[in-house]
Design a binder for this molecule. Structure first.
Ligand code: ZN
Ligand code: ZN
Ligand code: ZN
Length: 374
């Protein structure tokens, strides 16, 4: 079993909050408003036991120390969180107006980026209190906030990917033919847990024609001999995400199945080889798409080539046409081209890749050739 990750330190949180506040100031913002969710957890190490209607709000500004406003009854929990010492904590009591307490930390006519996981009721409450302030999505203004991983985060990403790879090496040994997709999906979930995941987010088993629907999860269909089966699974381990896809064949594939699988594998490999620091994210997408388009299947590659991954399994940066921001060492994202032939089958091959000074490094390393299962 994998080693336990080194805990993040007070210094890690202090540094993250400082950098976020500086980034916000550089964007011309008066601050960053963060409610419970992955951003808050990343910035402070704090996550309320239950995310509720009571307002919890982190305020980060370039010109002041970080402040966390919490419900009075949750104060003891906050004070024991890892990043708490880097925070000025204030509270509000049931029966008072939390937005009035929040407004005391903000400017009358400020410009704020708000975490995407903020509940609408909280943002609307703030807007009512401070109608002259402007509010933007943090993903619009600071999309790369969590994108570059430090060494400790990368180690967790590697562990999660290794566990996903171990899951794949086991799943190809189970019976496919004659069992339902949901049975194989349950095997995937069990294996991810066995190999150390604390949370399973998705277990896609797309057999035969179901594989041609990229977001099919797993259903009642009984898997048949001769089916191609798209497997795409992942979740969180030590707080960091895994996400990998392989496509297997139940018994002998047809020549078309082999051909399509080879094209997707070449597209995935070519896009991987294109990764180096400083290229636009859209270059990764263009590279994979060029291979598939030149092979005549461009219309059947119906999604972007990849997405960032970290404390959530889908987050910026996106490997998509129009994303001109550059890749930076420490970023982690998927490369997952696919071809989907309606009514027949689909093929997708996905690895998580991290950017290094010299190029890309795959975190997933299972066989990308077509594996035959029974
Ligand atoms: Zn997806
Ligand atoms: Zn996936
Ligand atoms: Zn993915």
């Amino acid at each position: 079993m994998e080693a336990m990750a080194v805990p993040f330190t007070r210094e890690d949180y202090r540094h993250r909050m400082q950098r976020a506040a500086e980034d916000a100031a550089a964007e011309g913002l008066d601050g960053l408003l963060v409610t419970p969710g992955p951003d808050l957890l990343w910035l402070t190490g704090y996550q309320p036991t239950a995310i509720t209607e009571r307002l919890t709000l982190l305020v980060l500004r370039g010109d002041a120390d970080p402040e966390l406003l919490v419900p009075r009854l949750e104060r003891p929990d906050v004070e024991s969180a890892a990043g708490a010492e880097a925070l000025a904590i204030s509270d509000w009591r049931d029966g008072s107006d939390p937005y009035e307490s929040a407004a005391a930390l903000l400017r009358e006519e400020g410009a704020y980026a708000v975490s995407d996981s903020a509940w609408a009721m909280h943002l609307l409450g703030l807007q009512r209190r401070l109608p002259k302030s402007g509010y933007w999505s943090v993903t619009d203004r600071l999309p790369m906030l969590r994108a570059v991983k430090d060494a400790n985060e990368l180690a967790r990403m590697e562990s999660a990917a290794e566990a996903a790879d171990a899951t794949f090496r086991e799943i190809v040994k189970v019976a496919f033919a004659g069992r339902k997709e949901t049975d194989v999906a349950a095997d995937l979930a069990r294996l991810l847990h066995e190999f150390g995941h604390e949370q399973v987010d998705f277990t896609v088993v797309g057999s035969g024609p179901n594989g041609a629907n990229p977001h099919h999860e797993a259903g009642d269909r009984t898997i048949l001999a001769g089916d191609m089966v798209v497997l795409d699974f992942g979740g969180l381990m030590q707080g960091y995400g895994s996400d990998t896809s392989r496509t297997v064949c139940v018994g002998e594939p047809t020549s078309q199945m082999r051909e399509v699988h080879d094209i997707v594998r070449t597209a995935q490999q070519t896009a991987f080889e294109a990764v180096r620091p400083g290229i636009a994210c859209q270059e990764v997408d263009r590279t994979a798409r060029r291979v598939i388009t030149e092979a005549g299947y461009g219309d059947h590659f119906v999604h972007r080539t990849g997405h960032g991954i970290g404390m959530t399994t889908h987050e910026p940066p996106y490997m998509v046409e129009g994303e001109v921001r550059p890749t930076v060492p420490g970023m982690c994202f998927s490369i997952e081209p696919g071809i989907y032939l309606a009514g027949q089958f689909g093929v997708r091959i996905e690895d998580i890749v991290t950017v290094t000074e010299d190029g890309g490094r795959r975190l997933n390393n299972t066989d990308r050739r077509l594996v035959i299962v029974e």
